[in-house]
Structures are given as structure tokens and as C-alpha cells.
Design a protein. Structure first.
Length: 377
């Protein structure tokens, strides 16, 4: 087994402290905790999105039940500044708002990070109004089975996420982390709803503003993570995309892109404020125009050399999301050979994966470890 890089101790200690049944003084620090394993971790992407609508109590419960090491809420604000749990501020695709006649006149068009979108937006609703809505499946054509659960679950707040996270750690009597993502930081700041201060306020109110709290904060932007690095010891994750640039770079006229961030020099700069790199998996193993796999890049090597952990996104079972090499049949909603994709990335040395199907990620990990392939990684 490859030896644990120093930064990996942060991940393991963060996770180990996350049960939250011990006092803060008893929780190990990242440098104190054990270093005997470098097994890749599984981040339950928006809960268990392959089996339940995203960002629901049922999804988080199932992700923990299936063995996810972390659960992931995406955060956006309400009109009255409460942090709520949605993939995007536009909620027409993830809630039943369209079926509420009292909100018909709230449908509007906004430009967020340069993208023009028409729908219903969280910033036009108070928390009380959002609580009258119910979650629905975001990808009904691919995940028709998830529509069975439409209308059963409320929109959650970050505080409710934290309460459930603590309860799940106790329920399953094991370590569990939480990895919230701050969405569209520059945009929300521009309309008077800055996110970072609100996130820290909630964490501090819950005694979680610590390196060993079990919390990791993610963002696709850079400036907000750099600011958070100066304000908190909570580990941070720099997300990157296969295309484009961070919204705060675009807003400030900074010409750098995600490709520049993911160079050897760029990753050294990231390591000054972040512990983790969360790249699009296509930045590690690209695909050609036909969707077939190309040769791996050097991204993992450069990130590890900079001292960063690497946790790519998003791994899903359906053909629609797999490379052509691992698809089975022609139905986009059918499962392909997801095991092969996981094992490919485990063998390349990732430290974790964001997965909609935590059980598949864990089963593939167990097979990969049992086969001893990790010893050559």
C-alpha cells in the first residue's frame, strides 16, 4: 500500500473526529491521528442521488447506511439569508414549485455567473415559503425510479443538515463527515447575500470551526476559499472544472482558467490555502469526442507532489454518465460497468471519489483492495 501523504492525515483525522460523541478536547488533530491507511474515501454526492432525490433526509440517511464516508450538501441562500440545501438557486428542477399556483408569479429570468436561466430562485423566497415546497427528482428521464419519492421531503437548511449528520453518526455508530459546497459565491455577494460569513456562523454556533470537526468546505471559486483559509481551520477543497474559469476570476478580469490552476505551479498555489483538490474526473482521464477514454493526465501526480488530496467528481452507475468503454447496451438509464471506472481511478491514486451510488463505490473499492492492486499504486 502506498504510504500516506501528510495531507491525507487531515482527511482521516477529520473523518475520525466526525462522530461528534467525544469532546473537542478529546478529538485528535490532523497531525496526531493515525496514518496506517490510504484507502480512498467515498463522498456521498448530494446524499445518495442514484437512489433518492438530491439533498433530502432520505438521501443522506441512505448514503450513510450504504457506507459513505462523507455526505455532501450544496448551499444557496434564501431571500432572508438562511443557508438552504439545493444544487442550484433555480429550484424548478429540484422542487415542486411549478405546481404551486401561489408562486406562479415568482417565475423569472436571472443571469448567474454568465448563464441566463429562467425559473424559480431561492433568493425570491423566504425560508418559510421554501418549507412549503417538496423535493423532486432532478433527472427523471434517467432515474425514473427516484420519482417514486417525489413530494415526500422538505427543503433542508444547513442547520438541519448538521443535525441529521450528527444523528446519523450516532445511529450507525461510526465516523462520518460532511462536505458542504458554497455555490456561486461571487453572484450571491453581488446581491447582498454573502455566503462565507453565514457558513462560518452556523459552524461556530455548532462548535464545528475546528480542523478536526469532520467538516470540509468546497467551492469552485478561489477568493472565497482563500478568505476562509484566513478565518478558519476547517479543511478546504478547491473544486475545478474541465472547462472555463472560476467566477471570481471572470468577474475581476483575471485571465487564468481552471486549466491554469491545474498546472504544477497552479496546484502549489492551491496547496497554500486548500487541503483537497476536487477536479472533474475528465481532467484526470479525458474522453475523446466520441466519449471514449484517452490516456490519463498528470493531474494526480502534480496534485500529490504539491501536497493536495485528490477527490474527483462525479461517479454514477448509468450509461449516460460513463465513458463509452464501460457502457452496457444503448439505454442511457441502464447501468454500465461502473466497477471498471472506479477501479481505474483507484488505481491512478485518487484519495476519494464523489459518488451518487456509495454502495457501488465501496464495493468496487473492496474488490480493488482485495485484488492487491493498490500495492502497486
Amino acid at each position: 500500500m502506498r504510504s500516506m501523504r501528510p495531507a491525507l492525515a487531515v482527511l482521516v483525522a477529520t473523518l475520525a473526529a466526525a462522530t461528534l460523541v467525544t469532546s473537542a478536547s478529546a478529538a485528535p488533530t490532523p497531525t496526531e491521528h493515525h496514518r496506517q491507511t490510504s484507502t480512498p474515501l467515498v463522498f456521498g454526492h448530494r446524499g445518495a442521488a442514484g437512489y433518492r432525490p438530491e439533498h433530502t433526509t432520505a438521501g443522506y440517511d441512505l448514503a450513510a447506511r450504504l457506507g459513505a464516508d462523507y455526505i455532501e450538501p450544496d448551499l444557496v441562500p434564501s431571500k432572508d439569508g438562511v443557508l438552504i440545501d439545493r444544487h442550484e438557486p433555480e429550484i424548478g428542477q429540484t422542487t415542486d414549485v411549478a405546481s404551486h399556483p401561489e408562486f406562479a408569479n415568482r417565475r423569472t429570468t436571472k443571469t448567474i455567473d454568465g448563464v441566463v436561466t429562467t425559473g424559480w430562485f431561492t433568493t425570491d423566497f423566504t425560508l418559510a415559503e421554501l418549507k412549503t415546497l417538496r423535493a423532486i427528482e432532478r433527472l427523471p428521464d434517467i432515474r425514473q425510479h427516484n420519482t417514486l419519492y417525489n413530494g415526500r421531503y422538505q427543503v433542508l437548511t444547513l442547520q438541519e443538515d448538521i443535525d441529521q449528520w450528527k444523528a446519523l453518526a450516532r445511529k450507525f455508530n461510526r465516523h462520518l463527515g460532511i462536505v458542504p459546497e458554497i455555490k456561486h459565491s461571487t453572484y450571491f455577494r453581488s446581491i447582498g447575500l454573502p455566503m462565507e460569513q453565514r457558513v462560518l456562523a452556523v459552524l461556530r454556533r455548532n462548535g464545528l470551526d475546528r480542523a478536526d470537526s469532520g467538516v470540509v468546505i468546497q467551492s469552485f471559486e478561489v477568493g472565497n476559499l482563500q478568505w476562509l483559509h484566513r478565518q478558519t481551520r476547517v479543511p478546504l477543497m478547491q473544486l475545478t472544472s474541465a472547462t472555463g474559469a472560476p467566477a471570481d476570476f471572470v468577474a475581476s478580469g483575471d485571465p487564468r482558467t481552471y486549466a491554469d490552476i491545474c498546472t504544477a505551479a497552479g496546484l502549489k498555489a492551491v496547496a497554500r490555502y486548500a487541503t483537497f483538490l476536487g477536479p472533474d474526473k475528465n481532467q484526470i482521464v479525458p474522453r475523446d469526442a466520441a466519449g471514449k477514454l484517452l490516456a490519463p493526465t498528470s493531474l494526480i501526480h502534480f496534485a500529490h507532489r504539491a501536497g493536495l488530496l485528490v477527490a474527483p467528481y462525479t461517479f454514477r452507475n448509468e450509461n449516460n454518465f460513463l465513458p463509452v468503454d464501460f457502457r452496457r447496451g444503448t439505454n442511457p438509464a441502464d447501468y454500465g460497468d461502473a466497477f471498471a471506472e472506479y477501479k481505474l481511478f483507484y488505481a491512478l491514486g485518487v484519495d476519494g471519489v464523489f459518488s451518487d451510488d456509495s454502495d457501488t463505490a465501496i464495493a468496487a473499492r473492496e474488490e480493488w483492495l482485495a485484488q492487491g492492486a493498490h500495492r502497486a499504486a
